[in-house]
Design a protein around this ligand. Structure first.
Ligand SMILES: Nc1ncnc2c1ncn2[C@@H]1O[C@H](COP(=O)(O)OP(=O)(O)OP(=O)(O)O)[C@@H](O)[C@H]1O
Length: 237
């Protein structure tokens, strides 16, 4: 369960989040959608304890990230890049993260297998393609077998087969009871993957609900999105 409760944030003297509130529930994929600069990454960074809000609370399983006793076993996060040092192999990176979180080495081979990187495990992260880096980032997020997944633009850099694989993986995770929250620019992709949608624009949630409710009387999620946000004015999307 993820709870974002009236989160506000000011950066460099400018308000970037205004009382943002929503929930992402277990067993569902929740899509977090918004134009460039809407506040998606800022919200996810607060949720993951990388930034502090000026007001409100962001909770994972009822607690702020910083108060989780074993964060990697509660929430797996995929933000920019893989998080691995360029000179480290995928296997060495994962072993290092596993060891520093008290997780067994055996889990490293399991997550490499899940994300399809077993054959590339001994390659250096610096030699990985963008898509391979996303897979390594996801493998790291999965090390603790967390019940919550938070992913910022997870299909960025993936080829069509990779996109389909990611979609199926996220749907299967939700089917097993995980809470999955992902941001994406790709409305078609979100419409295929998400059960619930939150649309944020200029730091404010403009609509949230089940995919069918948000799409409402519009033909597609993209039409609904364009009608709801400044992007319809040929803006920043
Ligand atoms: N360090 C910072 N200092 C000042 N302003 C910032 C900083 N980081 C982000 N912002 C501003 O906060 C707003 C929200 O940015 P954020 O990155 O959260 O948006 P986003 O929805 O993730 O956008 P994108 O889809 O382009 O990644 C933007 O107006 C951005 O310029």
């Amino acid at each position: 369960m993820i709870t974002i409760d009236r989160v506000s944030k000011t950066k460099a003297g400018t308000r970037i989040l205004y009382d943002v509130s929503f929930e992402a529930r277990p067993g569902r994929v929740t899509g977090f959608l918004g134009p460039n600069g809407a506040g998606k990454t800022s919200t996810l960074r607060i949720l993951l304890g990388l930034d502090r809000p000026q007001g409100g609370a962001a909770l994972v399983c009822g607690r702020p990230y910083r108060r989780l006793t074993r964060p990697l076993m509660t929430v797996g996060a995929l933000l920019d890049g893989s998080g691995a040092h360029r000179a480290r192999t995928a296997h060495a990176h994962l072993r290092w993260v596993a060891a520093s979180n008290g997780l067994p080495d055996s889990r490293v081979d399991e997550v490499l297998e899940i994300v399809g990187l077993t054959g590339d495990a001994r390659k250096r992260a610096g030699h990985f393609s963008l898509g391979m880096s996303r897979r390594l980032g996801l493998a790291t997020a999965l090390l603790g077998d967390p019940e919550v997944l938070v992913l910022d633009e997870p299909v960025n850099g993936l080829d069509p087969a990779g996109i389909r694989w990611m979609r199926e993986f996220l749907r299967a995770s939700a089917a097993e009871g995980c809470t999955v929250l992902l941001s994406s620019h790709l409305m078609g992709e979100l419409a295929e993957t998400a059960d619930d949608i939150i649309v944020i624009d200029k730091g404010r949630v403009v609509i949230q609900g089940g995919l069918a409710d948000v799409t409402g009387g519009h033909r597609t999620l993209e039409d609904a999105f364009l009608a709801l946000t400044a992007a319809k004015a040929g803006g920043s999307w």
